[in-house]
Write a protein that binds this ligand. Structure first.
Ligand code: ADP
Ligand code: MG
Length: 384
């Protein structure tokens, strides 16, 4: 299935709209895995023109010809990466502009969404040999800082945390769960380690170590949980002088989020202990989806308070923020259903308009009695 790789990929974001006016959505197809190959799976995804994604159920060549007529089987994104795309391709197309914005005091966020095994952690964290978006972003932050100042004006802090089972944990200094508090800057995890970083070199080990601290599922020893969301925040503080030569402190924050596996987002009715864990993950992912839906529909009140994840990301969705979504998918027809769900979700996310003038506050919390979210919460309350 070499043919679906592009010879000259051009991952340029299409300039159809004013930058920052909506969420940018990308798709990355990972290479076929060993197990998938052994199971005789076929490639069911093809990327056309560097942005369109075609999906066939059985990887049948003739199907591609009919796809344009099949609803829900082809999608267009800001850019789509074939399995030959490098970490740097993905970083520079999706995230490097956000880093530039962060150095100008704005916030940005990048999400990886997709089923377990689809390549989220590879894309975000990567490996020592093949560092992903998190590392490349930090490297870029330091090199851009070096370019623009030699007076030590910029200070970089990192925090790395996990939301697992509606509990927030510090991945840099594991211990008791953290409590979320609202302060002037928004919602913060009280006591979260703010690691002052001076160079790129020290960071990779730190992040790898942090990733090791992610909650492991008891049923799948040695495997990082597919139910935990990991959030790396990179805060860059600096000083500028205004017209009257007064010193002003500024800060920009980049949030890089490796979301939990999306495959459990819709299975809520198993009545086992593990399903409560699952349901809590669903709660965060469902809440993220509700927020996205509310943002898409232009609603005034966005239900950020429905989960820990959305509380933490309140200033990173909509509002004064550049948001990027990377949907990770497997090329194998064995994952057809999950891939289709992921692509639908990503397609929906494209509709989110961000309002640069928004104050990103949600003063009134409107109870959403009719949503799945509320039903789920009620069910959980009954169970407990
Ligand atoms: P997820 O975090 O979505 O559960 P992973 O990132 O752990 O998935 O990826 C699953 C497996 O596939 C890992 O072994 C990973 O190294 C590999 N993988 C994922 N994406 C790529 C890629 N683009 N190139 C090479 N290997 C990849
Ligand atoms: Mg992962």
């Amino acid at each position: 299935y070499e043919h679906h790789k592009q010879k000259n990929p051009s991952f340029r974001v299409q300039e159809t709209e004013k930058k920052g006016s909506r969420i940018h959505v990308f798709v990355r197809v990972r290479p076929m895995g060993k197990k998938e190959k052994e199971a005789g799976s076929m490639c069911c995804v093809r990327i056309v023109n560097g942005c369109e994604v075609y999906l066939t159920e059985f990887g049948n060549e003739n199907d591609y010809l009919r796809l344009k007529r099949l609803r829900g089987r082809h999608f267009a994104f800001d850019a789509s990466f074939p399995d030959s795309a490098s970490q740097l391709d993905v970083y520079s197309t999706t995230t490097s502009e956000l880093v530039e914005a962060v150095l100008q005091g704005r916030n940005g966020s990048v999400f990886c969404y997709g089923a377990t095994g689809a390549g989220k952690t590879f894309t975000m964290l990567g490996t020592v040999e093949n560092p992903g978006v998190m590392m490349l972003a930090i490297k870029d932050v330091f090199s851009k800082i070096r370019q623009r100042s030699c007076d030590g004006n910029h200070v970089v802090h990192l925090s790395y945390l996990e939301v697992y089972n509606e509990t927030v944990r510090d991945l840099l200094s594991p211990g008791r769960p953290l409590v979320l508090r609202e302060d002037k800057q928004g919602i913060v995890a009280a006591g979260l380690t703010q690691y002052r970083a001076y160079s790129t070199d020290e960071v990779m080990m730190l992040l790898q170590q942090g990733n090791q601290n992610r909650t492991t599922e008891p049923t799948r020893a040695n495997e990082t949980s597919s139910r935990s969301h990991a959030i790396l925040q990179v805060v860059v503080q600096y000083r500028v002088r205004d017209a009257a030569m007064n010193i002003i402190n500024r800060a920009g924050k980049l949030s890089l989020i490796d979301l939990a596996g999306s495959e459990r987002a819709l299975c809520t009715d198993q009545r086992t202990v593990r399903s409560i864990e699952g349901a809590n993950i669903n709660r965060s992912l469902l809440a993220l989806s509700s927020c996205i839906n509310a943002l898409v529909e232009g609603k005034k009140h966005i239900p950020y308070r429905n989960s820990k994840l959305t509380q933490l990301l309140k200033d990173s969705l909509g509002g004064i923020c550049n948001t990027v979504m990377i949907a990770n998918i497997s090329p194998s027809n064995l994952s057809f259903g999950e891939t289709q769900n992921t692509l639908h979700w990503a397609d929906r996310a494209k509709e989110i308009r961000t309002k640069p003038t928004d104050t990103n506050g949600d003063p009134v919390v409107v109870p959403e009695t009719k949503t799945d979210q509320a039903k789920l919460v009620l069910e959980l309350e009954k169970e407990n």
